[in-house]
Design a protein around this ligand. Structure first.
Ligand SMILES: *Cc1c(COP(=O)(O)O)cnc(C)c1O
Length: 356
């Protein structure tokens, strides 16, 4: 795909938000990237235009049947003023895996990384600089045919929008309390669990609501068939350190293959820490908790990087992990990944890509 990106800069740059109060996903930069797909023509008209509303007919297919995929990654400003992306090609490879599951035509990952770099470079003044802050990047694709029949759309839009975001842990890393969901399921093998698609999130809201009402921050999903095996948490993969060994659920089609998950496994292997991808039952986890061998538990994902789990509640039984404090290994993984992301540590793995 050798396409030229047309650039139309805004005539009305917006004031930047207060950097101390960014939160997540509330502010958007001055520009966005758009490209269209038309059957028979392929992806065309890549362009960067001022950020703003786009008109769609009410019959637009994505509103009705949810044929859509998305990605999430971040750009970081280093202390010496460089701008780094973390493994962006992985996101563009993964969007094609999601595309395949949702019958959306594939994109050229290299071209999309180029588009991403060009957009971030144009809006680089929006990247916040305080410790822990970043520019969240949201690429997504939606079905755009104005049509109510159930079939694949023949037209699509690929867009990238950017959102300056605050530190995930403004007051220092805080382990979270998590509710093991006994009733609802997120995904089943053979379903769309491994794809990053909005429907998976729509299906998760009810359990999330009920967990919130019980005082829990997130839901730990069990497998959709037997409700026995641990799957993942909200928008994070999960890891457990039991008796010195790190265990994470294997990718069997119902779990999202996280890039932070892959990076964590690479780091553990590099450090010589035993890490195993396999099925892990909630009963096994409970027994490990009871006999004192459950040493650490944490989630991994772009937003938090590492989110330590201090408590799990399963059918009224509580598992308190590491006295509700972050574990040593969790902290080391967090420090290493964030250090590579913000340029303070040497990037031995070639994970970062500089935007310039
Ligand atoms: C995006 C996502 C993750 C984490 O993936 P990363 O690439 O590490 O950000 C985990 N689970 C779900 C359901 C997700 O959507």
């Amino acid at each position: 795909m050798s396409l030229q990106i047309k650039i139309e800069k805004t005539k009305f740059p917006k004031p930047k938000p207060n950097q101390d109060n960014l939160g997540f996903g509330q502010y958007f930069t001055d520009h966005m990237f758009i490209m269209n797909y038309t059957e028979g023509k392929g992806w065309h008209d890549p362009r960067i235009v001022p950020y703003g509303p786009i008109p769609f007919e009410p019959s637009t297919m994505v509103f009705h049947y949810g044929q859509a995929v998305f990605e999430g990654l971040k750009a970081y400003k280093t202390t010496d003023g460089r701008v780094l992306l973390f493994r962006p090609r992985k996101n563009m490879e993964r969007i094609n895996i999601s595309n395949d599951r949702l019958c959306i035509p594939p994109v050229d990952p290299d071209f999309c990384v180029e588009a991403l770099k060009t957009l971030v470079n144009i809006d680089k003044d929006w990247i916040p600089e305080a410790e822990g802050t970043s520019l969240y990047i949201r690429p997504f694709i939606i079905a755009t045919d104005p049509y109510l029949g159930v079939r694949n759309s023949k037209t699509y839009m690929f867009m990238i929008i950017l959102s300056p975001s605050g530190a995930y842990y403004p007051g220092g890393i805080n382990p979270v309390k998590i509710y093991v969901e006994p009733r609802y399921v997120r995904a089943v093998r053979g379903g769309t669990g491994y794809a990053k698609t909005p429907g998976n999130y729509a299906a998760s809201l009810k359990a999330q609501d009920e967990a919130h009402n019980e005082g829990y921050v997130q839901v730990l999903w069990l497998d959709g068939v037997e409700k026995k095996y641990v799957e993942e948490v909200g928008s994070m993969n999960v890891f457990f350190k039991i008796n010195g060994e790190v265990i994470t659920p294997a990718l069997e089609g119902s779990i999202l293959p996280g890039i932070t998950r892959a990076s964590t496994i690479d780091l553990l292997n590099h450090w010589g820490v035993k890490v195993t991808e396999r099925r892990l039952s909630i009963q096994e986890l409970y027994e490990a908790s009871e006999n004192g061998t459950l040493e650490e538990a944490f989630g991994t994902g772009t937003a938090a990087v590492i989110s330590p789990i201090g408590e799990l509640s399963w059918e009224g039984k509580k598992m308190i992990i590491n006295n509700g404090k972050i574990g040593e290994l969790s902290q080391k993984i967090y420090d290493t990944i964030t250090g590579i992301q913000n340029g303070r540590l040497k990037d031995e793995f070639g994970w970062t890509l500089e935007v310039k």
